[in-house]
Design a protein. Structure first.
Length: 107
């Protein structure tokens, strides 16, 4: 927090450095997940190795996005908005992939 006169400004805090990584990894994970889903649907569920590689890469990127988000929350007196977006997106993707994997084991 920076104090401006008698007021406190929360906007002036710099963004957490690890929040850029968290958001970037979340976006890359989302793109890879969309590519894996597109390839799987376009081949009627008979995807090649690259479909699995995109899916696995998406899962790993999502976990790393959550990890960097947690690291960014440990930085003091920073703006965490990008970290919140990145962690939220990454957690949704982790849950999404978890549901897909569990559904595959059940069938």
């Amino acid at each position: 927090m920076k104090q401006i006169g008698k007021k406190v400004s929360y906007v002036k805090n710099p963004l957490a450095k690890n929040s850029y990584f968290s958001l970037g990894l979340g976006l890359v994970s989302l793109i890879l997940a969309a590519a894996a889903m597109y390839l799987s649907v376009s081949t009627a569920g008979n995807g090649a190795l690259n479909t699995g590689a995109y899916g696995l890469s998406s899962i790993l990127m999502a976990f790393m996005g959550v990890w960097f988000g947690i690291l960014s929350f440990q930085e003091k007196e920073r703006n965490y908005i990008l970290a919140k977006i990145g962690v939220g997106m990454s957690l949704v993707l982790v849950i999404f992939w978890g549901v897909i994997i569990v559904t595959g084991f059940i069938r």
